[in-house]
Design a protein around this ligand. Structure first.
Ligand SMILES: [Fe+2]
Ligand SMILES: [Fe+2]
Length: 165
């Protein structure tokens, strides 16, 4: 049911004026250039993740660096700019991933499979040429890594907000 909801959201996604103000507030020119290379669907997803992170940073985790967390959220899927998946490809991979229990992961020559599984590391490689602190790019690199979630609050919160959107 949740997947169906996500599918409908994706079809309806668009970036409005208010969204643009939000994005402009937290990203610099270089980051904006990267962000707008994402598909509209991924822009909207990253934006919604960032808005949720903002709430968390203003609420229960107000000790965190809010600007940094919002920037991480806006850029967490930036690896996806390497190949823009359409909604059909995305839905198909989600289903195949379930059916094969992730076994399709090895077919990295297929662009959409590679992006689906490896966009965190692709994003990390892309961002590491700029001057981000290690914890910033590492959070992006590990946002789908189930193994190292313990004791990493920033990562935990990114994942929580990512999964909601
Ligand atoms: Fe992701
Ligand atoms: Fe995401």
């Amino acid at each position: 049911m949740y997947r169906i909801k996500q599918f409908i959201w994706a079809l309806k996604s668009e970036i409005n004026y208010e969204d643009e103000i939000f994005i402009n507030k937290y990203l610099n020119n270089k980051e904006l250039e990267l962000f707008f290379k994402l598909s509209i669907m991924d822009q909207k997803h990253s934006l919604n993740t960032a808005k949720d992170i903002k709430k968390v940073c203003e609420g229960r985790n107000n000790n965190l660096d809010k600007n940094k967390m919002i920037k991480i959220a806006l850029l967490h899927d930036i690896g996806k700019i390497q190949y823009k998946m359409n909604i059909i490809e995305k839905s198909l991979i989600v289903i195949l991933n379930k059916l094969t229990k992730g076994k399709i992961k090895k077919y990295t020559k297929v662009k959409c499979i590679n992006i689906y599984y490896n966009h965190p590391i692709i994003g990390y490689d892309l961002l590491k040429q700029y001057n981000y602190e290690e914890s910033f790019i590492n959070t992006i690199k590990n946002h789908h890594n189930n193994d190292i979630i313990k004791d990493m609050l920033e990562l935990e919160i990114l994942r929580e907000c990512d999964n909601k959107n």
